[in-house]
Design a protein around this ligand. Structure first.
Ligand SMILES: Cc1cc2nc3c(=O)[nH]c(=O)nc-3n(C[C@H](O)[C@H](O)[C@H](O)COP(=O)(O)OP(=O)(O)OC[C@H]3O[C@@H](n4cnc5c(N)ncnc54)[C@H](O)[C@@H]3O)c2cc1C
Length: 432
């Protein structure tokens, strides 16, 4: 590793935390009884808490770390329709009707997010900048064009094909074979959004406490007895919102989510002229690789935030940073001598069917498994989950009752990940 790749003042923490440090929400004790206890203070937990607190339910949110410490203040801040499987694959698995509903739910999550930040006047650098989805080879470009031209009737979204010859108008790189632009996809400062959401939740009367791991949840009559580092709380309803950090507390869920590391670096500030050349339209960017690169400009348009899956279980950003830098230079060779100011990682939750899941198990409510796309969808399903806790009909989603499968011999440690990622990397290097 070359030490000079890092700026002298580099931080091994999310770039977003410079502007929005983790809040100090400590407590010395908890109430003996609440209506709703939420485990996890990311977007899922806070959106659920916002619903229940505003409906007058005494709501307590506990996080094992500082509030928002998980993915919700570490992510790339890219917002899309979030559902990975396409309509045809979903229709084969779930039938045409359910497939249509799932695709529409993804589209709704994107439009709902914009409406939510506008209605709540949330200041979080939310911008509908559009996504450039780049093809990493010619075959993939053909697939993108075909998918854009043959969208299922009634489910079409706005999309524009960009040829390789036009590519420089979207991105200052020749590393791709063209791509497509989704003009409605958006960007946000994820930590500012989290901070503002937290403030709304507290203003609604909910209590949010950090550094208080929940260690046990047991049935207690019609409700639950919850054991935490700060004592025992009785709760009528429990919401599990632990996503990629799901652990021994909920073994059933742990067998169903696959924690996968995702990694980001921020560059040192770049010259405005260079930024205009590399990111001429300030789009968010992703590519067709299975082991995807995703990147964007910082909200002040001075840096590039570049993310990917450079490792399987590495949690040392000193190691992942230089690997990501090498990938960054593949896309933008002129950044070969640009240094890294921040390097960090987090754990997203994948599922075996690549879909998000919401429901109830052993009486506890949960929403999880956003497969790396949880800014919009985690917020949206958190909101729906809160409505489900309240028993409201509008809490219904297209994901209800889908069936949440695990696999034999999987207990929460993804032993198959290293060979899978090696295989996908090999595939990404082939011309198909
Ligand atoms: C590097 C990276 C980049 C990403 N980029 C994007 C992107 O550009 N766009 C996008 O849509 N998504 C992205 N994601 C995914 C997105 O951030 C997540 O899907 C989303 O934030 C999940 O929110 P959540 O509230 O469900 O979980 P989290 O925000 O992860 O919160 C879970 C919380 O549960 C807490 N917890 C766990 N166990 C316990 C316990 N026993 N007791 C108390 N608390 C507990 C944890 O401490 C944690 O704070 C990215 C993720 C990462 C890591």
């Amino acid at each position: 590793m070359s030490a000079s790749l890092f700026t002298p003042d580099h931080r091994l923490a999310p770039y977003w935390w410079d502007r929005v440090p983790r809040p100090a929400l400590f407590a010395t004790g908890l109430s003996a009884r609440v209506d709703v206890l939420v485990v996890g203070s990311g977007y899922t937990g806070l959106q659920a808490a916002l619903q229940t607190a505003r409906a007058g339910r005494d709501t307590l949110v506990l996080d094992a770390e500082d509030a928002g410490w998980g993915c919700s203040t570490r992510n790339g801040g890219q917002i899309s329709t979030s559902v990975k499987p396409g309509y045809a694959a979903l229709a084969r698995r779930h039938g045409a009707g359910r497939a249509r509903e799932i695709v529409q739910e993804g589209q709704r999550s994107l439009s709902w997010f914009g409406e939510f930040v506008a209605a709540e006047a949330i200041e979080c650098d939310f911008r509908v900048v559009g996504r450039f989805h780049a093809a990493h080879n010619a075959v993939q470009f053909g697939r993108l064009v075909q998918a854009a031209e043959q969208q299922p009737p009634g489910l079409a979204v706005e999309v524009r094909v960009v040829t390789r010859a036009e590519q420089r108008m979207e991105l200052g790189s020749d590393a791709y074979w063209g791509g497509v632009v989704y003009p409605r996809h958006a960007s946000v400062d994820p930590a500012r959004y989290h901070q503002e959401l937290l403030a709304r939740v507290q203003a609604a009367g909910a209590r949010v406490v950090g550094r208080c791991p929940v260690t046990r949840v047991e049935r207690d009559g019609a409700g639950f007895r919850v054991t935490s580092a700060l004592g025992t709380v009785r709760a009528r309803d429990v919401v599990i919102a632990t996503n990629g950090y799901t652990g021994a507390l909920t073994p059933w869920l742990r067998r169903r989510v696959i924690p996968i590391g995702s990694y980001i670096i921020a560059t040192e500030p770049l010259q405005p002229e260079l930024m205009r050349r590399l990111m001429p339209k300030n789009r968010i960017v992703s590519d067709t690789r299975k082991v995807v690169f995703y990147y964007r400009a910082s909200p002040d348009q001075r840096r590039i935030l570049f993310g990917g899956r450079v490792s399987v279980s590495e949690t040392d950003p000193r190691v992942s940073g230089p690997l990501l830098h090498a990938d960054l230079v593949k896309v933008f060779p002129e950044l070969a001598h640009t240094r890294i100011s921040h390097s960090w990682c987090g754990f997203v939750a994948y599922t075996f069917d690549e879909l998000m899941h919401i429901g109830r198990h052993d009486g506890m409510h949960y929403a999880t498994g956003y497969c790396g796309s949880g800014v919009g969808m985690g917020s949206y399903l958190g909101m729906r989950l809160g409505q489900q806790v309240l028993g409201l009909p509008e809490g219904r989603t297209a994901f209800d009752g889908l069936g949440f499968r695990t696999r034999p011999f999987y207990f929460g440690r993804p032993w198959f990940l290293a060979p899978s990622i090696r295989y996908f990397r090999w595939r990404d290097r082939q011309a198909f």
